[in-house]
Design a protein around this ligand. Structure first.
Ligand SMILES: [Zn+2]
Ligand SMILES: [Zn+2]
Length: 283
């Protein structure tokens, strides 16, 4: 009698969970092939993620104390960003993308081979494992880069200081980066999924998810439902760790996870500041 476990893997019927993303992938291939195969698509996806994820937190910043439900979670309540600061951060990101990222993509069209899109969708398990692998690799690369740029005064001054203009970060300041920093981060974001042979759909999911994590790092609110609270054992640093990095720059170098900072003794817990009680004198 034939034992099912002896069948070659390709003869086993696919599990239902393996096919969950196939309808979505077929839809994208059939209706949006031109868009998703464009070399500009990853940039468009990354920038629009930054734009749309930042908007709700910018609204919170503008409303400030008028919405106590959220303002109670503000990490540095005495430091509110102004609309001018928000506009400056956003315009820096927009300028860098228009004048440096887009020309780089145009040049890459003539240098790099055109990637082909596979017919099969990834499994959910594949998206998760590829996503985790890319995030862990990027986290390690950025930890080393970030550590070096805080240790070396010239590197800090010319490349990383622009990101530290504000002691209290806010959502739009996520991408207030110098051109070399943006290009380095962009290079890893592009090359890491290729190095790890990720499916294009996994890559796009990682792009959106990592930008969500980066925006969360900078929101300036320690909201109880953010990822660092949802993922157990303090595995993720989130806004408390990164806000502390902006207050005390030689700490919490990792962008997403907390293990490197814990291992190398650079983890510093957040000390939440209390809002200054305003004295109202009725005379
Ligand atoms: Zn930052
Ligand atoms: Zn820094």
């Amino acid at each position: 009698m034939l034992n099912i476990s002896e069948l070659p893997v390709q003869l086993l019927p696919p599990r239902a969970s393996d096919c969950l993303l196939q309808p979505l992938w077929d839809y994208l291939l059939f209706h949006h092939r031109l868009l998703i195969s464009s070399p500009f698509f990853p940039v468009l996806l990354a920038f629009s993620s930054y734009f749309f994820f930042s908007i709700p937190f910018a609204a919170l910043d503008i409303l400030g104390e008028r919405v106590p439900l959220f303002f109670q979670y503000k990490i540095q309540p005495d430091r509110q960003p102004t609309v001018g600061m928000m506009a400056k951060s956003f315009m820096t990101a927009l300028y860098n993308h228009i004048f440096f990222v887009l020309p780089t993509v145009i040049i890459s069209i003539y240098i790099l081979p055109t990637p082909t899109l596979p017919q099969d969708a990834p499994t959910l398990h594949q998206v998760f494992t590829e996503g985790l692998a890319v995030l862990l690799l990027f986290d390690t690369q950025y930890y080393i880069w970030h550590f070096m740029h805080h240790k070396h005064p010239q590197l800090y001054r010319w490349i990383h200081a622009i990101h530290h203009e504000y002691v209290a970060p806010f959502s739009w300041s996520t991408e207030q980066l110098s051109i070399p920093e943006l290009m380095t981060v962009g290079f890893w974001s592009n090359q890491d999924p290729i190095l790890l042979k990720c499916h294009p759909l996994s890559t796009w999911c990682i792009t959106v998810f990592s930008i969500w994590m980066s925006v969360e790092d900078h929101i300036g609110y320690d909201l109880p439902w953010t990822l660092n609270h949802l993922v157990p054992f303090g595995l993720l640093g989130g806004a408390p760790a990164h806000d502390m990095h902006h207050q005390k720059p030689r700490s919490n170098y990792a962008p997403f996870f907390s293990h490197w900072d814990r291992m190398f003794g650079t983890a510093v817990p957040l000390k939440k500041k209390k809002a200054m009680k305003r004295q109202i004198h009725c005379e």
